[in-house]
Design a protein around this ligand. Structure first.
Ligand code: KIV
Length: 279
C-alpha cells in the first residue's frame, strides 16, 4: 500500500504526470487533440503508454478481437475485470477507461456495483456505458457516487440485435437532434465525457461544440476533441473488411510501437481522420 502511494506521488511530480479528467478538460479548452486507443493486455498497454496515448479504453470490443465473437454481447463482467487489471498493470501515464458490458448496468444499483468492481479489481478510473435517454438516471446515480462516467452515443454495438446492424447513426435531422439532446441531458446528469461512434462529421462537430465535457469520436469526423480506434485495426491484425473510419498505421511503420506513435502524431496534428474516414 505504501509503495503504491509513493509510486503515485513520484509519478505526479515527474515530467510525465498521470492524465486526469482535469488534464482532459484543459486539452479540450486549449484545442489539443486527445489521442485514445483500446488495449486488452499489459504488453500492448505499455506500448501505448510509451507512445504518448492519453486515454486507454479496455473496450468490450475484446469480445470480437480477442474472443472471436461476431458482437460484443457475450462479454461478461469477469472478462472485463480480467483484461482491465492486465491493462492497468502496463500503464503509468494514460487515463484508464473501461466498458461496462452488455446488461451490466440495467439498473443504477447494478451499474454502481459493477463500476466498483472495475475500479477496485480492474484499476479503471472511468466507466463507459452505451447511453441514451434510458441511462440518464444511471449516469446521475454513478455521478452522485463520484464515479467518472463516459456516455457512449451513436452506434451502440451492444444493441445491434435490436437496431439491425452496425450502421451510421444520426443521418436524418430528427435523429441528429435527438442525439444532441441526449448528449446535453447526459452531460447535465453528470457524464464527464461523451464518446460518439459512427455519426456524420457535421453532427460530431456540433455535439462537441454544444457541450463542455470532452467528446471523443470514432468515425465521427475531425471536429471532436479526440479520436479513438480499436488497436488491432490500426495494427492491421483484424481479418476481413475494416470499417471505413479506421486506418492501417502498420503500413509504412517498422514496428507496432512506431505505428502507435504515428497514430498519436496523426491525431494530434489533425492529419487523422481525413475526409475518406468520415461519414
Ligand atoms: O469497445 C470498444 O472498443 C469501443 C470503441 C469502439 C470505442 O467502445
Amino acid at each position: 500500500m505504501l509503495k503504491a502511494m509513493y509510486t503515485h506521488l513520484q509519478s505526479r511530480d515527474s515530467d510525465r504526470p498521470p492524465v486526469t479528467l482535469t488534464t482532459l478538460a484543459q486539452m479540450k479548452h486549449q484545442g489539443e487533440k486527445i489521442a485514445c486507443l483500446t488495449a486488452y493486455d499489459a504488453s500492448f498497454a505499455a506500448l501505448l503508454d510509451a507512445a504518448g496515448v492519453d486515454v486507454v479504453l479496455v473496450g468490450d470490443s475484446l469480445g470480437m478481437v480477442i474472443q472471436g465473437h461476431d458482437t460484443t454481447v457475450p462479454v461478461t463482467m469477469d472478462h472485463m475485470v480480467y483484461h482491465c487489471a492486465a491493462v492497468s498493470r502496463g500503464l503509468s501515464r494514460p487515463f484508464l477507461m473501461a466498458d461496462l458490458p452488455f446488461m451490466s448496468y440495467s439498473s443504477p444499483e447494478l451499474a454502481l456495483a459493477n463500476a466498483v468492481r472495475l475500479m477496485q479489481e480492474g484499476g479503471a478510473s472511468m466507466l463507459k456505458l452505451e447511453s441514451g435517454p434510458g441511462q440518464t438516471d444511471t449516469v446521475a446515480y454513478l455521478a452522485r457516487h463520484d464515479i467518472a462516467v463516459c456516455a457512449h452515443l451513436g452506434l451502440k454495438p451492444q444493441s445491434v440485435h435490436k437496431t439491425g446492424g452496425f450502421r451510421v447513426q444520426g443521418r436524418e435531422d430528427a435523429a441528429a437532434e435527438r442525439m444532441l439532446r441526449d448528449a446535453r441531458a447526459l452531460e447535465a446528469a453528470g457524464a464527464d465525457m461523451v464518446l460518439l461512434e459512427c455519426v456524420p462529421a457535421a453532427l460530431g462537430r456540433s455535439i462537441t461544440e454544444a457541450i463542455r465535457v470532452p467528446v471523443i469520436g470514432i468515425g465521427a469526423g475531425p471536429g471532436t476533441d479526440g479520436q479513438i480506434l480499436v488497436l488491432y485495426d490500426i495494427l492491421d491484425l483484424t481479418p476481413g473488411r475494416k470499417p471505413r473510419f479506421t486506418r492501417n498505421f502498420m503500413d509504412g511503420s517498422a514496428s507496432p510501437q512506431a505505428a502507435i506513435a504515428r497514430y498519436v502524431q496523426a491525431v494530434k496534428s489533425g492529419e487523422y481522420p481525413a475526409p475518406e474516414h468520415c461519414f
